[in-house]
Design a protein around this ligand. Structure first.
Ligand code: SAH
Length: 217
């Protein structure tokens, strides 16, 4: 092992330690987060900070989420490996890449064509063939592929969007940050029951807002 390798290994250990200490306790989620290299999804100078537990800029004025929040959202989905999942907010593609290792099929949508194209390229490069990335306004969900076993929204809505609630299967789970963009938001877990929806507040979070319509880039 060269000194450079040691540093890389140490960084990885610190990364996993930070995840655990912030509440990412699911062994399968930790294993996948160890395997999928976050630096692959962060461009330019920011890739050096990929092991830090903080959001980082990714272009189009958007950010790749904080790894511990990615881990917490992923474990809250309670995946068994058999699910069809919709992610709203592809961003860098990092979250979708993690989901692809824990679910059967992942659909991910973003309002920026450029982000979708870049994420798609990375999925190809990493051989992640069970992800379909689409440019679309995710506030309407993805009716042509609905219903979904799980839905993960990685941008904050004022309320859980109605079309997404409707596209969740009975027994399904949706994780969505809810609140105004410039104040503290809450991460909510919605379970669809036979008779309606059950809402549980998980923790405070801070996400970029869910914006209607397609982006310019
Ligand atoms: N999950 C991403 C981070 C998401 S940042 C990752 O792993 O890197 C939030 C993303 O939501 C941004 O890329 C933004 O463009 C997207 N977004 C916001 N409103 C949207 C909408 N209505 N439909 C689809 N994507 C949206």
């Amino acid at each position: 092992m060269t000194p450079a390798d040691t540093t890389e290994a140490e960084r990885k250990m610190q990364f996993l330690f930070a995840l655990r200490s912030k509440g990412v306790t699911d062994a399968k989620v930790l294993t996948v987060m160890e395997k999928i290299e976050r630096a692959m999804f962060v461009r330019g100078i920011f890739s050096e900070r990929a092991h830090d537990d903080m959001p980082l800029p990714i272009g189009c004025g958007q950010t790749i989420s904080q790894p511990s929040v990615v881990g917490i959202m992923t474990q809250a989905l309670d995946l068994t490996g058999r699910e069809k999942v919709l992610e709203v907010g592809t961003g860098s593609g990092y979250q979708a890449a993690i989901l692809s290792q824990l679910a059967r099929r992942v659909y991910t949508v973003d309002r920026y064509k450029r982000l979708v194209a870049e994420a798609r390229q990375m999925f190809d490069q990493l051989g992640l063939h069970n992800i379909t990335a689409i440019t679309a306004d995710g506030s309407h969900g993805l009716p042509e592929q609905a219903p979904f076993d799980r839905i993960l929204v990685t941008a904050a809505a004022e309320d859980p969007p109605g079309p997404l609630l409707a596209q969740l299967k009975v027994g399904g789970i949706m994780i969505v940050p809810v609140g105004q963009s410039d104040t503290v938001q809450s991460l909510i877990r919605v379970k669809r029951l036979d008779s309606g929806y059950d809402y549980e507040e998980l923790r405070p979070v801070r996400f970029v807002p869910l914006v209607e319509g397609l982006g310019q880039d």
